[in-house]
Design a protein around this ligand. Structure first.
Ligand SMILES: Cc1cc2nc3c(=O)[nH]c(=O)nc-3n(C[C@H](O)[C@H](O)[C@H](O)COP(=O)(O)O)c2cc1C
Length: 413
């Protein structure tokens, strides 16, 4: 058998593409419309350079930090994603990997495994909520998360229900019925290892979302059933954010994920959040939104001394983590990077990805003569003119520049 270890996230992605049925792989590549934002999330990191030292480098690589009240081994968290059908152990495998590496994790409302199982595998788990239903429905889910022992809540509100991709959206069945089997059969036949992983568990992916109900004893809705309920829900207001935060408990960790503007970051501070994640949902939401790393510096400058500022979007290597910290993030969250690891090699694949990010961040610290990740600063970087996007900043010095036209790389996630 070939060595299951991979040396970069790009290799994990290649293996995931070979291993997963086309539709499942396509659901992880995701992106929306023309893919401008998903691409910019990656390209923007390539525009940032380093300013390394030659001698006087540090032997220390202090990466440990505290995020949302949790002591963690490095400033990298697992971002919440619905990992339907990627691997039979799904989010439980991810949680075990995160626990093995002392890393905190966000668990999606759209996840395939019940929060109780995931939190048992990694107590450093924050439960992520979308705004679905009314306040009573939300309160029931918050209560379930509290009973299950979630270490914090993540509210994700940046979703505008856009659909359609120029490269085609994958077919996602409502449930695994005869029609789904017929449509998926040709793809699945080409991916026997993926099928075998599920066959060993005597279960096919059922595509249900067990965390969308307030009572774990209730039947889990299907992915599309939950998505429909979400679409019909009233859009949440800033008062709703403050209400949710208060309901969870003002002394308990609470993150608002998906902030791209300075004015919204200030409103999040007013709502009493512990942390925000500067994020555009991995380029899966409103296409044309700039890369989150471009929006980070202005937001970190405005609110970084009042709340923990995290970043997610486009992190594929340890040097991306270093660049994010140098521009003001306390930590980053990863999405596709660990999904490729999970698809390539289950729990060990996620651990492999976390190890690559740790080593890459460590190398950046060595080269930049920093003993601690917390010491990284903008002086360590080459930031080209016009790199930043200062969104939601009032005043004449706040241009909202267009995304520069540059040759786009081939679509990859
Ligand atoms: C397949 C997929 C599913 C996702 N599902 C969720 C979700 O359920 N909840 C959420 O808050 N974010 C979700 N996200 C966004 C991620 O949490 C994160 O913001 C994004 O993946 C970061 O970008 P990256 O993939 O480039 O690391 C999802 C992303 C992907 C790729």
């Amino acid at each position: 058998m070939a060595n299951p270890w991979f040396e970069t996230v790009a290799e994990a992605q290649r293996r995931a593409e070979r291993r997963l049925p086309k539709g499942v792989y396509g659901a992880l590549v995701a992106g929306s419309e023309k893919g401008l934002t998903a691409d910019d999330n990656l390209c923007a990191f390539d525009e940032l350079g380093f300013a390394p030292h030659t001698a006087g480098l540090s032997n220390e690589r202090d990466l440990a930090t505290t995020v949302m009240g949790q002591d963690v081994s490095m400033p990298v968290l697992i971002s919440p994603t619905g990992v339907q059908a990627v691997h039979p152990d799904g989010e439980v495998a991810v949680a075990r990997a995160a626990a093995a590496r002392n890393v905190a994790m966000g668990l999606s409302s759209m996840a395939s495994k019940p929060m109780e199982e995931v939190i048992a595998a990694n107590p450093k788990t924050f439960f992520q909520l979308y705004w679905v239903g009314d306040r009573d429905t939300m309160a029931a889910k918050v209560e379930r998360a509290r009973r299950a022992g979630a270490a914090g809540l993540i509210a994700t509100l940046d979703w505008s229900f856009s659909y359609g991709r120029d490269w085609g959206s994958p077919f996602i069945p409502e449930r695994i019925d005869l029609e789904a089997v017929r449509r998926y059969a040709p793809q699945v036949a080409l991916r026997p290892r993926w099928l075998w992983a599920f066959a060993k568990t005597r279960r096919l992916p059922d595509l249900s979302v067990p965390n969308m109900v307030g009572d774990p004893a209730e039947p889990a809705p299907t992915f599309f059933g939950a998505y429909g309920a979400w679409m019909q829900s009233p859009m949440p207001t800033w008062d709703d954010v403050a209400w949710l935060r208060e309901l969870w408990g003002s002394d308990r960790p609470f993150m608002l994920k998906g902030v791209m503007r300075v004015d919204d970051a200030r409103r999040a501070v007013d709502a009493g959040v512990t942390a925000i994640s500067v994020s555009n949902h991995g380029g899966n939401n409103l296409d044309g939104t700039p890369a989150s790393i471009r929006a980070l510096p202005a937001i970190a400058e405005a609110v970084g001394d009042q709340v923990e500022v995290l970043l997610d979007g486009g992190i594929r290597r340890g040097s991306d983590v270093a660049k994010s910290l140098a521009l003001g993030a306390k930590a980053v969250m990863i999405g596709r990077a660990y999904l490729w690891g999970l698809a390539a090699n289950g729990q060990a694949g996620v651990e492999n990805v976390l190890d690559l990010l740790r080593d890459g961040l460590g190398s950046a610290l060595t080269g930049l003569a920093r003993g601690s990740a917390a010491d990284l600063s903008r002086d360590d970087l080459v930031v080209p003119p016009g790199f930043e996007r200062r969104l939601g900043v009032e005043g004449p010095d706040a241009p909202v520049e267009a995304v520069p036209t540059r040759p786009r790389r081939a679509r990859s996630a």
